[in-house]
Design a protein around this ligand. Structure first.
Ligand SMILES: [Zn+2]
Length: 376
């Protein structure tokens, strides 16, 4: 199996609401064999068809002119040549997670066939570099990593081939064991339940769902909210921290496996370009300190939800208040100076009518049979 180290350069319009906010104007790649020995290079500019002036960011970084691009072949031709050059048996390597998504977005915009029929496994060299050299979530620019590795900077940065070339050099510096922590590109989701992705890594497990019509349908799916130990397949019924969400986008839960200990599950809800909702769930085993931290966050969230719920319920419904027609005419009421201060009156009466609580908690659903298949 070969490695195709890929880097794209793109131009952009002024709106991110576009179906193709980033138009590929250059494809650069380096092909390596399984021992990371150099096989061949690919470097091509692309004639733009969507955006006809160079966005100032692209112009400043890339030192390319529109005139140069105008004499090139359009994206479908260049992309087909590129995919032919990639060959049959290869895995993509990129610096960061964006390139494969934008490649496929451009392919779709040009009406080309899909690159894959599901999520694409690839090596994110930026993530792998962090895993082996830095804190887990820290991410460096390519140039900083090149400096840290002591790689000689004999060509420029920010052109597609140059960045692919440096990414390939960093790949060589990484321990091979770290390659097992591959990533997925989610541009094409699993087409149905049977195609959903379940992968076990050394220190965690990942699940990628099919697309759901909306978030409620996603959160009601059994596999999404189930807690099954990914090591032994036990259905875990004890939850030291029940599902909670601090923001409606991520949900957390801690379950207890009698054999393997505390398993933390994190569900992330994401949206496709077409508005479908899908779920990326990761599970990993954690220690007591992490459990206590999650318990603290869950309690804090619960208090917040209770507070907003009680504030909303303090206000009497309109029907309970006296209709205006039954109130004494103004002339018969006590002058304002004799009335009780506001703090003694119904506190809801002076508040706005908007309910403050719209937080939703996912239901704890029955657990399905263990469904983790190892894929690599
Ligand atoms: Zn277990």
């Amino acid at each position: 199996m070969n490695y195709v180290v890929l880097d794209l350069e793109w131009n952009q319009g002024n709106s991110t609401m576009e179906l193709m906010p980033f138009e590929v104007i250059e494809i650069g790649a380096v092909k390596l064999d399984e021992n990371l020995s150099h096989i061949s290079d690919f470097s091509r500019l692309v004639r733009p068809t969507r955006y006809h002036s160079l966005h100032f960011i692209a112009g400043k970084l890339l030192h390319i002119t529109m005139e140069e691009l105008a004499s090139q072949q359009p994206f479908p031709e260049v992309c087909r040549d590129f995919l032919r050059w990639c060959g049959e048996d290869y895995v993509f390597v990129t610096w960061g997670p964006a390139d494969l998504t934008e490649l496929q977005r451009n392919m779709r915009w040009h009406g080309m066939g899909a690159l894959s029929d599901g999520p694409i496994p690839f090596l994110d060299a930026q993530k792998l570099y962090s895993l082996s050299h830095l804190e887990r979530h820290e991410r460096l620019s390519l140039e900083t990593a090149v400096d840290q590795c002591g790689i000689r900077k004999d060509i420029q940065f920010h052109r597609a081939f140059d960045d692919a070339y440096y990414t390939a050099l960093i790949l060589e510096k990484l321990p091979r064991s770290i390659f097992s922590y591959y990533s997925f590109d989610y541009f094409t989701l699993p087409k149905d339940k049977s195609a959903e992705v379940h992968v076990k890594f050394d220190t965690y497990a990942k699940y990628i769902s099919r697309g759901f019509k909306d978030r409620h349908q996603a959160l009601e799916d059994q596999t999404v909210m189930s807690t099954v130990c990914y090591l032994c397949g036990r259905v875990l019924k004890r939850h030291p921290v029940a599902w909670f969400t601090p923001n409606g986008k991520q949900y957390y839960c801690v379950s207890w496996c009698p054999e393997h200990g505390y398993m933390k599950a994190k569900v992330r809800l994401r949206k496709t370009d077409d508005g479908l909702v899908y779920v990326v769930k990761t599970e990993r085993f954690i220690g007591e300190d992490d459990v206590n931290e999650l318990r603290r966050r869950s309690l804090k969230q619960m208090k917040k939800e209770r507070k907003t719920a009680s504030m909303a319920s303090i206000r009497k419904p309109d029907a309970v208040r006296r209709p205006d027609t039954l109130r004494k005419p103004d002339s018969l009421r006590k002058p304002d100076s004799l009335r009780k201060p506001d703090s003694f009156r119904n506190p809801g009466a002076s508040r706005g009518s908007k309910p403050l609580c719209n937080a939703k908690k996912p239901k704890n659903l029955p657990n399905p049979k263990p469904s983790v298949n190892q894929q690599g």
